[in-house]
Design a binder for this molecule. Structure first.
Ligand SMILES: NC(=O)c1ccc[n+]([C@@H]2O[C@H](COP(=O)([O-])OP(=O)(O)OC[C@H]3O[C@@H](n4cnc5c(N)ncnc54)[C@H](O)[C@@H]3O)[C@@H](O)[C@H]2O)c1
Ligand SMILES: CC(C)[C@H](C(=O)O)[C@@H](O)C(=O)O
Ligand SMILES: [Mg+2]
Length: 344
């Protein structure tokens, strides 16, 4: 049966990297067990321009009826200060699809070690499980002339389900270790977070649990990243720590992610944004997007062999010396994509 993939290219470098991701998918047609229909929809800034809203009903309906959603990136400085922003659409979409668990794996490429901002990092292999539909992102935001407030809000149930997701993830990995990251020395939400983490851990005697405060975690990610296996943390901390972690990988441009909920429908997107500073120049690194396609094939469509082909081809491409500008090279988005396809 044909599967439906809804694509949301969005803004900035979004369309450039989406094209790269879909070219790789299309090059794999012969080795896939299913056929895939691609349905593109407006989302983010482009949707504000066309429909006055970043998440038009037609886009949300299409996403709800898809077998998977592939998102590139949204956002543009021209909406700074505007009442309606592209980012609101992203939060609405995650919430409406119930995507509470955001999986952000970190892979270190041997070949990129010398190019990464953080040097000589090896044997790092961890995944961040970021809570995605709660916390300060979704509490009330109030802005007045001389004061402002954002509410950080978590229920025990929201914490429990992300903890279970993290412990289940750890159970499938060889080290079976969870680091729960919070700020329990200050925040009430973090005190509840830590209590629920301890409770859920009781059901996973085969998994070890460690607690880490977020500020020292930020330091340890740079000084001792080898210590981490599965990191589970709240929405805002997960956003910040994963952009930080990308400097171990080489660049923000190589980090993919998947987002899951109860329904089985998942969304795949690189963790970076629309990079307005380099949009339209054909120099964006498409690897985060291409690896998100690989995650989609493995996690939504059970096409593990095809996913592995993509991951191996990316590795070979780096080994053969191809580098986009973010890694100090001159390879264009299109040329890197073609090099990856040639190595599939
Ligand atoms: N999921 C998303 O769609 C998403 C994620 C993060 C930020 N944003 C939005 O993106 C816009 C820009 O935000 P920002 O500048 O803080 O973050 P950004 O991730 O867009 O860019 C940060 C820096 O990394 C570089 N970069 C990012 N992706 C790259 C890639 N694939 N190849 C090469 N270089 C890359 C950019 O050029 C920039 O210098 C904002 O509107 C923000 O809200 C969207
Ligand atoms: C654009 C923004 C709302 C988003 C977030 O903070 O979740 C982004 O930074 C991300 O990491 O996906
Ligand atoms: Mg982010």
């Amino acid at each position: 049966m044909t599967k439906k993939i809804v694509t949301l290219s969005g803004d900035g470098i979004g369309p450039e990297i989406m094209e790269a991701g879909l070219e790789v998918l299309s090059a794999l047609t012969e080795c896939l067990n299913e056929t895939y229909d691609i349905e593109a929809h407006d989302f983010g800034g482009i949707a504000i321009d066309h429909f006055n809203t970043p998440l038009p009903e037609s886009t949300l309906d299409a996403a709800k009826n898809a077998d998977a959603v592939l998102l590139a990136a949204i956002g543009h400085p021209k909406y700074n200060g505007a009442k309606v922003r592209p980012e609101q659409g992203l939060l609405q979409l995650r919430k409406a699809l119930g995507l509470y668990a955001n999986v952000r794996p970190l892979k270190i490429y041997e070949e990129l070690k010398n190019f990464a901002p953080i040097k000589n990092v090896s044997e790092v292999d961890f995944v961040v499980i970021r809570e995605l539909t709660g916390g300060i992102y979704f509490g009330a935001h109030e802005l007045e002339e001389t004061k402002a407030r954002d509410i950080n809000d978590y229920s025990a149930e929201e914490i429990k389900r992300i903890m279970i997701f993290a412990f289940e993830t750890a159970r499938k990995r060889s080290r079976k270790h969870v680091t729960s990251v919070d700020k329990q020395n200050v925040l009430a939400t973090s005190k509840l977070w830590r209590k629920i983490a301890d409770e859920v851990a009781q059901d996973y005697p085969d998994v070890t649990l460690e607690h880490q405060l977020v500020d020292s975690c930020a330091m340890l990610l740079i000084t001792n990243p080898q210590k981490f296996d599965v990191i589970v943390t709240e929405n805002l901390f997960g956003d910040i720590l994963t952009d930080e972690a990308s400097s171990l990988a080489g660049t923000l441009g190589v980090m993919p992610s998947s987002s899951h909920g109860e329904s089985g429908l998942a969304l795949y997107e690189p963790i970076h944004g629309s990079a307005p500073d380099i949009a339209g120049q054909g120099i964006a690194n498409p690897v985060g997007m291409i690896l998100s396609v690989a995650m989609m094939l493995r996690e939504s469509f059970n096409e593990s062999a095809a996913a592995q082909k993509i991951e191996d081809a990316v590795e070979k491409t780096f080994r053969d010396g191809y580098r986009t500008k973010d890694l100090g090279g001159t390879t264009t988005t299109q040329a890197l994509t073609k090099a990856i396809i040639a190595r599939l």
